[in-house]
Design a protein around this ligand. Structure first.
Ligand code: ZN
Length: 305
């Protein structure tokens, strides 16, 4: 492999026919020119060139081709709405470029577990994504480890599926620790290096170290590198974010880091090329380890067939 071209795989990219989620109880609706109406507020959700405020597989693949990304994992999020059918259609249309993660409503417990089971048995979608802020926004007293939600984790464990977690609170970190102890057949991917639970103001400062410890001590726990700049409101080349990724690299090793873009939302903050370069060009991680982070780890996990 020596000096050959570095393969880049994006393990966290979003597609959706329209934005149809709920934020703080308010419905989200796609408008024109990248704008989204959240309740009565209109926000510039995507760059204006996303004319319908949709994210199509064709546009994603054009970005991938443009920037040398060979494959992508399509990541759902209740924040954008429930679009399993749309993701499945994309995976079937571009089987050598795209794979898709499943989304069910964790709050529905047993019923959600049965839906996941059907998805694993009948479709090409795999894994499970949970974003705790959207999931629990209308049930703030609920937690990931509540007894009635256990069937979902049991299903992921039984099918040896990866779970992608976007954590928001201090309690979420504690819950993740509990899940990793109880369900050893799940592959855990901690989105955005620990996300809001680590980098949002007001959170326990030790959370990032706890998340790193989890990845270091468990062979089935990984971190995705995307979206960190958003928490520090910094500009390219994102020095604080690069430092955090380097710190994680020192703590857990290259084998446990997975590069990702969090396309298309991150295009509000950088170009796709800059999202690659912040790690490839601006970190001091050696070349052979960069190859693992940028693609080899993801290939081994999900793209080797
Ligand atoms: Zn995302």
């Amino acid at each position: 492999m020596g000096g050959s071209k570095m393969e880049i795989i994006d393990i966290h990219a979003h597609i959706y026919p329209r934005v149809a989620g709920i934020t703080k109880g308010a419905p989200m609706v796609s408008m024109r020119h990248g704008k989204v109406k959240i309740g009565n507020q209109i926000t510039q959700f995507l760059p204006p060139s996303f004319t319908e405020a949709a994210s199509t597989p064709e546009t994603l693949i054009a970005y991938m081709d443009w920037c040398g990304i060979s494959k992508a994992l399509l990541m759902p999020n209740p924040y954008y709405g429930y679009h399993n059918d749309y993701v499945l259609e994309a995976v079937r249309a571009y089987p050598d470029r795209l794979k898709g993660i499943a989304l069910v409503d964790l709050l529905r417990g047993e019923e959600a577990a049965r839906e996941l089971e059907r998805i694993y048995e009948d479709t090409e979608l795999f894994g499970f994504k949970v974003e705790t802020d959207s999931t629990f926004q209308c049930a703030p007293h609920k937690h990931m480890t509540d007894a009635d939600l256990m069937p979902v984790w049991e299903c992921c464990n039984r099918y040896r599926q990866p779970v992608f977690l976007h954590l928001f609170t201090d309690r979420d970190v504690e819950d993740l620790e509990t899940l990793t102890r109880r369900f050893s057949q799940i592959t855990y991917v901690i989105c955005h290096m620990g996300a809001d639970s680590c980098f949002q103001r007001g959170r326990n400062r030790g959370n990032f170290q706890r998340v790193l410890r989890l990845a270091k001590e468990n062979s089935n726990v990984y971190l995705d590198t995307s979206t960190v700049p958003v928490y520090f409101q910094e500009e390219y080349p994102f020095p604080t974010s690069v430092k955090i990724i380097q710190e994680a690299y020192q703590a857990v090793g290259a084998e446990k880091l997975l590069w990702s873009s969090d396309y298309p939302g991150m295009l509000n903050h950088a170009t796709m090329r800059e999202l690659i370069d912040m790690v490839v060009r601006h970190s001091k991680i050696p070349q052979e380890d960069l190859r693992k982070i940028m693609g080899e780890n993801a290939k081994k996990l999900w793209f080797s067939d």
